[in-house]
Structure formats: structure tokens, C-alpha cells
Write a new protein. Structure first.
Length: 105
């Protein structure tokens, strides 16, 4: 079944990119080094900062992604990390399977 949260192209690209680089959090509160920098994700999916942030908020509200901020000495040196949650990975894989089923007829 298609997931209406993931279905918009920008969100699908975000999930696909996070999945492809292995940025999948194990579901715990401890960050494990399996995140992707916001700036790298932005560049990979071709969205502006504002648009990426908006799409991430929708995915975050659904429990599909997590964001974590490492604070620098100044705000401009902060780094935001993004990863798929286990439920986000499951939802993405089910969405892709539904797309394949549609495509195969």
C-alpha cells in the first residue's frame, strides 16, 4: 500500500537517500554514527534548506526520521544529523514494494 507521508517526490527522495547511505537509526536515543549531515542530504536531494526542513518535519511527525543537532560555538557551526527510524525504513520499503507492484501491473 502506498504511504501518503512518503509518496511526495521530495520525501521519497529523502528516504531513498538516507536508506542508500545506511543512515538508519536503531531506534535508541543514542546516536550511533549512522546519520547523514543535513547539508549532504540537501545536496543529494536537490532541495533548499527550507524545503528540506519542511519535508523532514512531515517525516519526523510520522515517526519516520529523527534529527539531532550538534551545537557548535556559534549557530553557524551547528551540525544537524538526520536518519531514518526503524519504522521509517519499514514504511519506505513497503512503499517501494507497492510502487514495484503497480509498475509490474
Amino acid at each position: 500500500m502506498l504511504d501518503p507521508v512518503i509518496h511526495p517526490l521530495g520525501r521519497l527522495r529523502i528516504c531513498a537517500t538516507l536508506r542508500s547511505v545506511g543512515a538508519v537509526n536503531n531506534g535508541g536515543e543514542v546516536w550511533t554514527g549512522t546519520e547523514m549531515k543535513f547539508s549532504a542530504l540537501r545536496d543529494a536531494v536537490g532541495l533548499s534548506d527550507a524545503s528540506l526542513s519542511k519535508q523532514l518535519t512531515a517525516l519526523e511527525n510520522a515517526g519516520y526520521v529523527r534529527r539531532h543537532r550538534d551545537y557548535g560555538v556559534m549557530r553557524s557551526l551547528d551540525v544537524v544529523w538526520v536518519s531514518l527510524t526503524p519504522s521509517g525504513l519499514k514504511a519506505f520499503e513497503e512503499h517501494v514494494a507497492a510502487l514495484r507492484e503497480i509498475a509490474e501491473g
